[in-house]
Design a protein around this ligand. Structure first.
Ligand SMILES: Nc1nc2c(c(=O)[nH]1)N[C@H]1C(S)=C(S)[C@@H](COP(=O)(O)O)O[C@H]1N2
Ligand SMILES: [Mo]
Length: 475
């Protein structure tokens, strides 16, 4: 029972902490712990294992966060079950110092002490010291009722916090339901866009568009603070661009193509006036994500700040109100929910760079077979059809795609569908009417003299290479 009471206190503490995190942006220890643990996911062996077991994208992070929640709630429960509030609070404070600022650790230590004492006082059948009366017969039932009440309160708190969420952030999500004009061929609808985040989705920032400001500072002549309305003063730019996650394996789903609207970063930098000593541009985002870019790359005309995807304001999930686009780089170089741009003399490695991923994250030349699908590689004999897919090389053009159906003995050139933008993937197709049998199919792409690398390499740290290949059964 002592441990059940400690667990209830731990749940109340975590619920309160989550609300403070949502409303005031106070550091949330489980999230800090999670951030520390994701460092481990940068260890190649561990990365491979987690992705093999939990799949691509957010799977590994859900696993890591469950581990953290278990550590956090379990740890507090053991603390509170073994010791009285004072000591449990003290230990919480000391451990908290490892991964949160001292005042947060102190707050958590004190809060846990008081909550634990309060819960123990309420729920413990008061024998001895205070009244000396025997435990009431219904104490078990009372504990259960209170546990349910605490659980209910936590759920209600979650619901309330959802209600109090920024209306400005909810609006674009709702707006994206309105059917727009049909998307051109090869453009990924927002609802099907791949999603990767350092956060678990419930912890992604929900930025308030009304109060949001983009700060531009550091080595600039005129520091800026721009609201959403201020952004309208920059010349609008529309660009079709494919984004891919560096952790996407060859043939994987973490790649999408969209039509973006925004403006040139170079125009904003011109307005702020870059000072001579500046060598790097540092990004900060509302979720604490950071990235950096050499100034030379940042000043190029193709780097955009965008607020619209496929004709709709960015959804909160994909970066509302503003995100970065850098052609030729993997998604990790391109923060969502940006809040601050700093011009600096020295580089500060970004969030994933600190976790052993590539510093430059230049896109590898790659191609993927979509039809027949690797997940159901069965085709009817004699039916006229196609092998279809996409090829992509960041900001460099695809000049040729070849397909083999005999495990690489012979290759045939596919027909390329000319992309509308040089930053978009290139769809391709090859007519194929196979007779019954088993076929080892694969694709490889070219960009001028550059051929897609044949050697399989893992995504960590530079992005995956190799041919997308699998066996198709025709009958
Ligand atoms: N602020 C912030 N920006 C971020 C990330 C993040 O976790 N936080 N993840 C990056 C990564 S690794 C990728 S692949 C892309 C994914 O963008 P999408 O989910 O909108 O497709 O966002 C990038 N920008
Ligand atoms: Mo990514």
């Amino acid at each position: 029972m002592r441990f059940l009471r400690a667990w209830i206190a731990a749940v109340i503490l975590s619920g309160l902490g989550y609300l403070l995190f949502m409303w005031l942006g106070l550091a949330y220890p489980p999230l800090r712990l999670f951030g520390a643990l994701t460092q481990l996911l940068g260890v190649p062996k561990l990365f491979q294992l987690v992705h093999a077991v939990f799949g691509l994208g957010q799977g590994g992070k859900i696993f890591a966060f469950s581990g953290v929640a278990l550590l956090w709630l379990g740890g507090l429960t053991v603390l509170g079950g073994l010791w009285r509030g004072q000591i449990a609070g003290l230990v919480t404070f000391v451990l908290g110092l490892i991964f949160t600022p001292w005042y947060i650790a102190l707050g958590y230590g004190l809060a846990f002490w008081f909550i634990l004492d309060a819960v123990n006082l309420w729920l413990a059948p008061r024998i001895g010291a205070v009244t000396l009366r025997p435990a009431p017969a219904d104490s078990g039932r009372r504990t259960t009722t209170l546990a349910l009440a605490a659980g209910g309160a936590a759920v209600a708190g979650g619901g309330l916090s959802a209600l109090f969420r920024d209306p400005g952030a909810a609006a674009p999500a709702a707006a994206s339901i309105v059917p727009g004009p049909p998307l051109p061929f090869g453009v990924t609808p927002v609802s099907q866009w791949y999603y990767v985040s350092k956060n678990l989705e419930p912890f992604d920032p929900k930025v308030n568009g009304q109060s949001w400001k983009l700060a531009v500072g550091g080595l600039v002549r005129t520091p800026l603070s721009l609201s959403l309305a201020d952004l309208k003063s920059f010349a609008p730019v529309t660009e079709e661009l494919t984004l891919s996650c560096i952790s996407n394996p060859v043939g994987g789903p973490l790649i999408s193509n969209g039509i973006w609207e925004g403006f040139r970063l170079s125009e904003l930098l011109k307005r702020a006036g870059v000072q001579p000593g500046a060598k790097y541009l540092l990004w900060e985002a509302a979720d604490g994500y950071t990235e950096s870019l050499p100034l030379g790359r940042a000043l190029a005309d193709d780097v955009l700040l965008v607020h619209t995807l496929n004709g709709q304001p960015l959804t909160p999930k994909h970066g509302y109100p503003l995100r970065v686009l850098i052609p030729g780089r993997y998604g990790m170089k391109q923060p969502r929910w940006i809040t601050r741009i700093t011009l600096a003399a020295r580089d500060v490695p970004g969030y994933w760079v600190q976790r052993n991923w590539s510093k430059t994250a230049l896109v590898e030349l790659t191609s993927r077979i979509d039809v027949p699908a690797e997940t159901s590689p069965v085709v009817k004999a004699g039916a006229a059809g196609f092998i279809r897919g996409i090829a992509f090389f960041g900001d460099q053009p695809i000049s040729r795609v070849e397909v083999t159906t005999d495990g690489g003995k012979t290759w045939q050139a596919a027909r390329l569908v000319t992309p509308r933008s040089k930053y978009a993937w290139t769809p391709w197709e090859l007519p194929w009417t196979p007779s019954a049998g088993s076929y080892q199919i694969a694709a490889r792409a070219y960009s001028g003299a550059t051929v897609q690398k044949k050697a399989d390499s893992d995504a960590l740290p530079e992005g995956a290479t190799g041919y997308h290949h699998f066996i198709v059964n025709v009958s």
